[in-house]
Design a protein around this ligand. Structure first.
Ligand code: GCO
Ligand code: MG
Length: 412
């Protein structure tokens, strides 16, 4: 079975997505997600100009060999653009192999290790009453774990709070899809770490007293703290028993996590911006984190993320795969198959896609009683309607960034 065609499809129903579609000479098709939020067209070029010509005529079953060929023959290793492109090829080939076998992909990965995947949603509010409404709405939708993000007094707009649209024409509109906004330039937000550190423990105190001790609560620090600030926050949040504190520091400095770890027992999750196992080497071998946040889409696909998670398993570190709406339904499906199969599954992030996205991508996963399941169709269980996709051309969209009160650009 040879790869006969490879198409790179860009569509922007609720937001931009990049999808690789491979077709074999037997007529089987496979999809892979290559969406890199805010830098989508760089991956389109990497795939269309440099990878697609190498794929035609290759054995569609040779997944590991194709992965190693794309990774090693390029000479220029790692990086989000390269690894998203390789991920798309890898997932599309797994989709094809599972369709050829007549099985849902998780069966080829070893079979189900559980009945479904615990998933968390994003509750947010500019203040505590608005946050409570959002938590209630997530509980009504069946979520059994919830991420908590709030506005900070004195700051206009910050990461993770859904109601902060500032783009002309959409001001004040609730925007739940993810932080990238369609506009020719990035939105500027503001930031003050001291105000945030003072405010956040009180928010968790309020949430715990309103909703009780049982529900797993998560929080994303979005790379904004220094190690000592992160240590202080982790310690301050201990009474509220977090499931995890995410991206407490910009973790490309893995050593910094030693200091954080030494001071707090709040579990730590890191890795949504990482793209290979080397980004995790110290974090895993020294047990400096509890959850690996990588998405299949940004880490070289199922083949590579499985290896990272098997490595992490030896150190009692679990998965917490990235699942905002900038991971396409194809990337989400791949994550669900992997999460169902591995032993060290922890939790899956699950922000629902919008209705237009669901009209482009036909999906077969289920969501019931707070658990996701990828479904039992052969392959990954997602098909792309190319006519629908064609109705929504690419739109320029950027992630926001932030500045401190004196104008300094801060980590976003
Ligand atoms: C998360 C992430 C996202 C990212 C976004 C960037 O935890 O879901 O932090 O909200 O900001 O995916 O592309
Ligand atoms: Mg995050």
């Amino acid at each position: 079975m040879k790869i006969d065609r490879a198409e790179v499809i860009v569509t922007s129903p609720d937001r931009n997505f990049v999808t690789l579609k491979l077709t074999t000479d037997d007529g089987l098709t496979g999809l892979g997600d290559a969406t890199l939020n805010g830098r989508e067209l760089a991956v389109v070029s990497y795939l269309a100009d440099h990878v697609v010509p190498l794929l035609i005529g290759r054995d569609a079953h040779a997944i590991e060999d194709t992965w190693q060929f794309l990774y090693r023959s390029a000479y220029w290793r790692r990086g989000p653009v390269t690894m998203a492109a390789i991920a798309a090829v890898d997932v599309a080939l797994w989709d094809i192999k599972a369709k050829a076998a007549g099985m849902p992909l998780y069966q080829l990965l070893g079979g189900a290790s559980r009945t479904g995947l615990l998933a968390y949603g994003h509750a947010s509010g500019k203040d505590v009453p608005e946050l409570f409404d959002s938590v209630r709405s997530h509980l009504e939708q069946g979520y059994k774990a919830i991420r908590i993000q709030t506005g900070v007094p004195g700051l206009r707009a910050i990461y993770g709070v859904a109601s902060n649209v500032t783009v002309a024409g959409n001001e004040g509109k609730r925007y739940d899809h993810e932080p990238a906004q369609r506009a020719p330039l990035p939105v500027e937000e503001d930031w003050d770490t001291r105000a945030y550190l003072t405010h956040l423990p009180g928010v968790f105190e309020a949430v715990r007293s309103e909703f009780g001790p049982d529900i797993p609560l998560l929080h994303d620090g979005h790379h904004r703290m220094t190690p000592i600030q992160a240590a202080r926050l982790g310690k301050a949040l201990e009474p509220y028993d977090l499931f995890w504190l995410e991206d407490c520091t910009p973790a490309e400095n893995q050593d910094a996590l030693r200091l954080v770890r030494q001071h707090t027992t709040t579990p730590l999750a890191i890795g949504e911006v990482f793209n290979t196992v080397w980004d995790y080497q110290t974090l895993i071998t020294e047990q400096l984190i509890d959850y690996v946040r990588s998405a299949v889409t940004h880490t070289g696909g199922i083949s590579a993320l499985r290896k990272i998670l098997d490595f992490a398993a030896q150190y009692q570190i679990k998965s917490g795969m990235h699942g905002p709406t900038d991971i396409s339904p194809v990337g989400m499906a791949a994550a669900m198959h992997l999460g169902l199969a591995i032993h060290n599954f922890g939790i899956q992030e699950y922000m629902k896609h919008g209705a237009l996205t669901d009209s482009v991508f036909q999906q077969s996963f289920t969501w019931s009683d707070g658990l996701l399941h990828p479904g039992d169709k052969p392959g990954i269980g997602v098909e792309l309607d190319t006519d629908e996709a064609g109705k929504y051309p690419y739109q320029t969209a950027y992630l926001p960034y932030n500045r401190l009160a004196d104008g300094t650009v801060h980590d976003w």
